[in-house]
Design a protein around this ligand. Structure first.
Ligand code: PPS
Length: 337
């Protein structure tokens, strides 16, 4: 008898956007305005390859020794993933000089954000096709490589929890990082300016309007955060704030280690925090400047409160109203400075 689990039917559909909304995206300045699909009923904007991969994501088999890192984009994913990796690899941190963070952790969303093609000159595709000469690249290179990976995995995703396999929290530990919406919005805007995937050519005020209208990729922000916040007391979910990590990294590392049932001395926590400091991570990233993982400007400021430098008084008032409206049904409180 086969041990394969029965696949879960996907409880949502993935649809194209109405022409009116595509025009609005274009008017705001999104260069990939036509390459957007939306989940229904959750209304999450994603890239078209998600349509045929939704089933694979929803049925992705997590394992008990997986660590899953779930975040809304630009909330500190890379920072937290470096910390998780360091906690698991304390005796060999120098390996971070040899392989980029993206090669030591698995960002499964890559398969729909930047879908690979068999003819791509990409080491990951080549490795995949060497391992699976008959493999179908369009079924997701990262998803399939992750499936075959033998050791404990660190899996990163920006998909909101409702779009993931509902066995997730019964199977393994998930760390969720939230960052205040103002700084997420600023960071996303700057990322849109430098990223080929999320190319944005408009003004900051236009971007902020799109963000508040849940029209950016992975929007809506509030549903994403609230889904995780509701689960914050679950034994297998650890909820952290970017701002708290900035204020007291050792304290946050101590709580994280307790959640992961790992024992570290204060000296070891200090080593981990230094290994994953903004400066060290940025310079490791710069050193692989000629490599395929390099995005100049990815490590931008790494601060709390940058909204103040980016937004007009009028935009701040609109954002504050939006935050207040969306905070009515939740006790989540963000720090903005
Ligand atoms: S992404 O593209 O969604 O994966 O981005 P993500 O990694 O989630 O978030 C990027 C922002 O996190 C900042 N960052 C850090 N802050 C503090 N300490 C460390 N070590 C660190 N590493 C990355 C990064 O600079 C982005 O924030 P902004 O505000 O744009 O600088």
């Amino acid at each position: 008898m086969s041990n394969a689990r029965k696949p879960h039917p996907v409880p949502f559909t993935v649809e194209g956007l109405p022409e009116r909304e595509i025009s609005q995206l274009r008017a705001w300045g999104f260069r990939s305005h036509a390459e957007v699909v939306r989940t229904n009923p959750s209304r999450v904007n994603l890239r078209p390859a998600f349509s045929h991969l939704a089933h694979a994501y929803y049925n992705f088999e997590f394992r008990p020794d997986d660590l899953v890192l779930a975040t809304y984009p630009r909330s500190g994913t890379t920072w937290a993933s470096e910390i998780l990796w360091a906690m698991r690899n304390l005796g060999r941190l120098e390996q971070a000089d040899e392989a980029a963070n993206g090669d030591r952790t698995m960002f499964i969303d890559m398969d729909f954000l930047m879908p690979s093609r068999a003819e791509d000159d990409n080491p990951k595709v080549k490795e995949f096709l060497t391992l699976f000469p008959e493999g179908r690249v369009e079924d997701g290179v990262v998803l399939q490589m992750a499936k075959c990976h033998k050791g404990p995995r660190i899996i990163k995703t920006h998909l909101q929890i409702d779009l993931l396999n509902h066995d997730l929290l019964d199977t393994c530990r998930t760390v969720y990082i939230a960052r205040n919406p103002k700084d997420v919005c600023v960071s996303l805007f700057h990322h849109g300016k430098i990223s080929k995937m999320d190319a944005f050519e408009g003004e900051f005020s236009d971007f902020a309007e799109a963000f508040m209208a849940d029209q950016v990729i992975y929007g809506p922000y509030w549903d994403h955060v609230k889904q995780a916040w509701k689960l914050r007391d679950h034994a297998n979910l650890h909820f952290m704030f970017y701002e708290d990590m900035k204020l007291d990294i050792i304290g946050e590392l101590r709580k994280l280690a307790r959640f992961l049932q790992l024992d570290f001395t204060d000296e070891q926590l200090k080593t981990i925090s230094e290994h994953a400091s903004f400066g060290r991570m940025k310079s490791r990233h710069e050193r692989e400047a000629s490599g395929r993982n390099h995005t100049p400007g990815f490590f931008r400021k790494g601060q709390t409160g940058d909204w103040e430098n980016a937004a007009s008084g009028e935009l701040t008032a609109a954002m504050d109203r939006w935050i207040s409206d969306n905070s009515q049904d939740t006790d989540i409180v963000f720090k903005y400075t």
